[in-house]
Design a binder for this molecule. Sequence first.
Ligand code: BGC
Length: 753
Amino acid sequence: MKFSRSYNYFPAILFAFFLIQSCSKPSYLHSSLSPEKRTKLLLQEMTLEEKIGQMCMYVGEAELNKNNEDEKLNYEMGLGERAELIKSGKTGLFIKVPTFKEVNILQKLAEQSRLKIPLLITTDAIHGHGMYMGNTTNYPTPIGLAASFDPQIAEKIAHFTALEMRVTGYHWTYSPTVDIVRDVRWGRTGETFGEDTYLSTVLGNAMLKGYQGDGLDKPDQVIATAKHFIAGGIAENGLNGAPADISERTLREVFFPPFKTLIDNGVYSVMAAHNEINGVPSHAQKAYLTDLLKKTWGFKGIVISDWMDIERLASVHKVAKNEKEAAFLAVMAGIDVHMQGPGFFDHIKELVNEGRIPMSRIDEAVRAIVYIKFKMGLFEHRYVDEATVNTTLQKAEHLALALEAAQKSMVLLKNKNQLLPLKTHIRSLFITGPNADNQALLGDWSRTQPDEHVTTVLEGIKQSVSNQTQLVYEAVNDYKNYDSALLKSVQKKASHADVSILVLGENSLRFDSHRTSGENLDRSTLELAGDQLNLAKAVKASGKPLIVVLINGGPIGSEWLAENADAILEAWEPGMLGGKAIADVLFGAYNPGGKMPVSVPRSAGHLYSYYNHKPSSFHRGRFYGSTSSPLWPFGFGLSYTRFDYQFVQHPQTAKLTDDVSFSVKVTNSGEKDGDETVLVYLTDEISSVTSPVKKLVAFKRIHIRAGESQTIDFSLQNEQFQLLDSNLKPVVEPGEFTISLGDSDKKFSLFLE
Ligand code: BGC
C-alpha cells in the first residue's frame, strides 16, 4: 500500500496539536488528574484574593433585586456588582438562587473568571427542594419523618431531593438538622427529628446517605450539612439564637453524638449555630469548631457560618468591637465559609496582610472548598441542561414517596370509642379550622406551591367520601380574631352533622402572612395559637363527635383538646400530599403507625418533659393543680389494630465488652393489617454518675398482617452501654441493666460482668 508523505504525518500532527492544546490548558483543568492533585495545582495558581473569594458567599441577584428590573438586566448581560464579583473571582458560592436559569448565568460569569472556578450553589432543601422557584416535590418536615421511625424513607427522600437539586444546578443542602430539642417552644422544632439523640442520629445519618451517596462524585449527590453546631434546641426561653447554658456532660451525652456519627460517616459540611454556648458564641468557639471537630473528630470538610452570624459576634454578642474583629474570631475559630455578603472579603484580606490570620488557615479553608468542586465534577459540568429539568422534578416516584412518607408519619393520639376510621359513606360531615384548606402542611423552608400540586385536608376528604355524603365546610382563614358570629355559625353547622373534623395547629410556611411559628417565630405557649381553642369549644358545644387533625411542627400541649376531642390525629407538617394521607387515615385506607418523636408537655410551664430525664427529675417537686407527666409521651401512638410483644431469646449475662443480641416476637392480634415500631430502651440500674431513667437504643418499624407474627433480631453495640464517668471518660460499668420494649411491660434484666 502506498501513502503520500503528508498523509503519513497526519496522526503525528494531530497528536502534536492536542499536545499543544492540552499543554496550554492549566494543569488543574485536566480531568484525568485526581481531585487531590488538581486541588494542589489550583492552590498553587491562586492569588490571596482568589483564595479569599472562595470563602465568600452571596445571595442570588433575583432574590436581592426582586423588584429592580434594570439591575437584573445588567446582571444577565454580565454587568453590575454581582457579575463583577464573580468575574474577578471574589466569590465561590451562592445561596438563594431561585431558578436554574439564574444558576446558568452565574456559572457562565464564573467561567469568565481568570481561574474558571465553578460556583457552589447552596440551598435549604430540608424536606425536598422547597426554596426552588418551580415544581419540586415537598415531603413531610423532619419531625414527621422522625414520627415515622423509618430511616429507609428518610434516605430515599434525601436521595430524590438530591436528584431534584442537581438537575436544577444546586450542589449543597443545609440539611439534616440534628439539633436535639429540649425546649419545644423553639419555632424550629419541625425542622428537627425531635428530642432523642439516638433517633436523630439514625435519621440524620439516613439522610446523609441519601444526599451524599457513597462519595459526592456522582451527578445525583449533594453536599449535606450537619447543623447547627451546637445546642440551639435548648436556648433560653426556646428563642432562636438565645444563649444555651449547658453542661459539658449534657453536650457530650445528648447533643454531640449525632454530629460525631455524621462526621464519622463523611458529612462534608457542618454549620455553626446562632447561639452562644456557656458564654462563647458558637461562631467563635475554637474549642468546638477546631479542637473538637477538626482535630479530635478528624472532620475534613467545610465549616460554614450561619446567616450573618459572623457579623453578630460584633453587633449582638459583643465579643468583637467591629466586623473585622468578628471575621478574625470566626475564621480563627475554624469557620471556612462566610454566609453571606460583602465586608468579609476585605476584612480577611487585611487580616492576612497584617499577619494576624496565617496563610495556612486560609489554605486549609480553600482546600476543602475547591477539592469538593473537583470531586463533584463541577469544572467539567457546571451548567444545567434545561431539557432534563422538567422530566426530573416531581417525578411519579417522588410523589409516591411523598404520599407514603406522609402516611407513615401520622400519629393517632386519641380514638375514643373507636370513632376512627370513619365510614366513607358517612351521612354528613362538617369540616372547619384554619389548616383545613391551606398550605400550612408544606412546613418551613418551602415556597407556596401552585394549588393544583397540593392536596389540602379538605380536598383529601372530598376525594375520600362517597357522593352520598353531605359535606359542609366553613372557611376560617386565620388563627385569630374569631368573632361570635363565626363561632355561632360553626356550632350550628356542627350540630347538623354526624361528625365534625377540625383542622388546627400551626403554620410555618416560609412566606405566609399567617405564619404562627418557624424560624425566628417561637412560641410563648404550647396551647393552640390564637383563638383556635374557642373554635374547638364551639364545635364541641354542638354535642356531636369531634375529630381534631393537628398540622404543626412543634408539639401542641392542649389539655382541653386531649380531654374533649373524641379523636386526635397528629399529622405534623405532612407535605404536599398530606391532605390525602390524612384522609387515608381518617377513612381507614391507611392504618396509622407513627409514634411521637418528642414528648408533649401539658403547658409551657411543664418544660422540660423529655422522656430520658434523670431519676430525680420528678421525685419530690410537684406542680400545684397539675401533674408532671407529659400530655403525650415520647414513643406514644395508637393503631387500628393491636400488637403484642414477647422476648423469644435473650441473654441474662454478658461480658463488659460484649455486644448484646436478643429477639422479639411481635404479633398483630387485632383485625387490621398495620405497622408497628418496636422501641427498645436501656436502663442502667445503678451507675457511678446519674443515668437517664431510660434511653432509646434501637427501633424497628415493621408491617404485620392481622393475626400474623414476626420476629425481629436486635443487636446492641457494646458502646451503647457506656456512660461518661465523673471524669467524662466513656466506660461500661458492671452491674444490672434493664432492656424494655416501648410502653409495654415486657422487659428483661441483663448483668454485665
Ligand atoms: C438558618 C440556617 C439556614 C440558613 C440559610 C439561617 O437563618 O439558621 O438553618 O441554613 O439561614 O438559609
